[in-house]
Design a protein around this ligand. Structure first.
Ligand code: 5RP
Length: 292
């Protein structure tokens, strides 16, 4: 293992230079993967824009029925036409989401903590690869806790899921968790995103922060950005816009869509930023016009 003392500061991110190993496939870092992986990644990332609008409603896996998700059966189906991927638990999908929705699936496969715990960083792999195959999941989402008490077990979970994913050509989405004591700095996100990519995930989900474009440059797989806590719609659209401008390949928003007063209009507005090149201002005007 390299000596930690006397490390040089990383600085050569070449943020203006495009990823050099793109080849002819539209998903970053995936050019050398096999057909099955590419097929799943194409169900996630649009072939024309290379981007994705993921909609996360997996909160119940540790929060129970949170505000806005009390009735999955009523809230989720109307959003399907406006998002590319549903990120959810198998329980939510099987019970409340029509298999005919047309959306890709990012299947949450780890669990083990609840809102009642002080430390959320201890999880297990809760879904067998066979069930991910049965559900035709396009990727398997694994929570990771870099720098937290559960770092070792979460990276063990991640590696096991990546290995199973490679056996059956199902991509893995590594989710960077932030906890009460974990940093939200570019230093932390550079470390965490790169660890996940080097362990073999095909997609990383992380948070937006200063110097975001450096994080994107140094991460050889696509980054999708979590929405985080509910913001006023205008600010949430600005966040989405900054992520895309900074090089994100999409957003994975939950509360900023399902806790909006107008979730369907909000999903449409986010989609316009991600896939149609709209600015945050244009998207917010759309949101205002359509929500009256
Ligand atoms: C937790 C997750 C959740 O899916 C995601 O963060 C929830 O979305 P949001 O924060 O936008 O409500 O991955 O780590």
């Amino acid at each position: 293992m390299a000596d930690k003392d006397g490390l040089k500061t990383a600085k050569d991110y070449h943020t203006d230079t495009p990823f050099a190993a793109q080849g002819d496939f539209h998903v970053k870092g995936a050019n050398h993967l096999d057909w099955g992986m590419k097929k799943h990644l194409s169900n996630i990332f649009d072939r024309d824009t290379g981007k994705t609008v993921m909609f996360a409603f997996d909160h119940g896996y540790f929060m129970g029925g949170t505000a806005g998700l009390e009735r999955l059966d009523l809230v989720i189906p109307p959003l399907a036409p406006y998002v590319d991927v549903f990120m959810a638990t198998r329980g939510a999908l099987r019970t409340c989401v029509p298999a005919s929705s047309g959306c890709g699936v990012a299947l949450r496969v780890t669990s083990g903590s609840s809102m009642l715990d002080d430390d959320l960083s201890h999880e297990v792999v809760a879904v067998d690869i066979e069930d991910a195959i049965r559900m035709n999941a396009d990727c398997m989402a694994v929570q990771t806790f870099i720098g937290a008490d559960g770092q070792l077990s979460s990276l063990n979970n991640l590696s096991r899921v990546i290995n199973a994913g490679f056996r059956y050509s199902i991509p893995t989405l590594g989710v960077v968790a932030v906890g009460k004591d974990m940093e939200r700095t570019d230093r932390f996100f550079k470390l965490a995103t790169r660890i996940l990519a080097e362990l073999g995930v095909q997609i990383v989900k992380t948070y937006y922060c200063d110097h975001f474009e450096e994080i994107v440059s140094a991460c050889p797989v696509p980054i999708v950005v979590a929405g985080g806590k509910k913001l006023p719609e205008e600010e949430a659209l600005t966040l989405a816009y900054r992520c895309i401008q900074g090089g994100a390949c999409g957003v994975d928003m939950g509360r900023n869509i399902f806790q909006s007063n107008h979730p369907v209009v909000m999903a449409q507005a986010v989609r316009k930023i991600v896939h149609e090149g709209w600015t945050d201002k244009e998207a917010y005007r759309f949101y205002q016009d359509m929500s009256h």
